[in-house]
Design a binder for this molecule. Structure first.
Ligand SMILES: N[C@@H](CCC(=O)N[C@@H](CS)C(=O)NCC(=O)O)C(=O)O
Length: 210
């Protein structure tokens, strides 16, 4: 049995989407950011990092969205969220999930949490530099997907596309949303048409960027 500690629209989305794609039973626990519940003593015992997602798997708590996607995909191979081990497609999957986690998620962390660097809001030059860093990822992925898309693994949808689409969504209020890159928009449209995406919107009460 799985318990997902989540907050709507945040990094827990990819894990929630994976659970919906898999169709395994799970329980949702809201970590209410409005009440700063991610920093409550009870939650910090589960995830000392004070972030979502966290996933309890038969009572053992694991964290880090990319790792949780991998764990779920490996535990449920029938859902085909990850290619079989030992194949070139599997290597490509690992490459992109680590890239997204390492490059894009860390840049987003800077974008959305200026206080971690001691600012209430960034001076324009710093904000512009972080924006450039995020957009350089869109440029790189656009080149990949326009040549070898529509998905990160080519013709084959996988869990890596769930992660990417969550991250594309986060750009919706940025000066240049990721959907201005045509191949990124195409991938987003494909993933947004999936039943798991629609179900997640219903369950998490999301409205924007349907
Ligand atoms: N590297 C972590 C990042 C998780 C993360 O930054 N989550 C954000 C939401 S998108 C969070 O919990 N923010 C609350 C906070 O930092 O107070 C992961 O991929 O799971």
């Amino acid at each position: 049995m799985y318990t997902l500690y989540y907050c709507p629209g945040t990094a827990s989305m990819v894990v929630h989407l994976a659970l919906l794609e898999i169709g395994a039973p799970y329980h949702l626990e809201l970590v209410d950011f409005e009440r700063d519940a991610q920093h409550s003593p009870e939650y910090l015992k589960l995830n000392p990092g004070g972030t979502v997602p966290a996933l309890a798997i038969d009572g053992q708590v694991r964290v880090e969205s990319g790792a949780l996607l991998l764990i779920l995909a490996e535990r449920h191979p029938e859902a085909q969220l990850i290619p079989p081990a030992g194949t070139p497609e599997r290597e490509l999957w690992q490459q992109w999930v680590v890239y997204l986690s390492n490059t894009l998620m860390s840049a987003y962390r800077l974008w959305f949490y200026p206080r971690e660097l001691g600012y209430d809001d960034y001076p324009p030059a710093i904000r512009a530099a972080i924006q450039r860093r995020i957009e350089s990822v869109w440029d790189r992925l656009e080149a990949q997907l326009s040549a070898h898309g529509p998905y990160l693994l080519g013709e084959q949808f996988s869990g890596a596309d769930l992660m990417l689409t969550m991250l594309l969504r986060w750009s919706r209020n940025m000066p240049r949303p990721a959907t201005e890159w045509p191949a990124l928009k195409r991938l987003a449209d494909l993933v947004r048409a999936r039943p798991s995406w629609k179900k997640l919107y219903e369950l998490e009460g999301l409205t924007e960027w349907q």
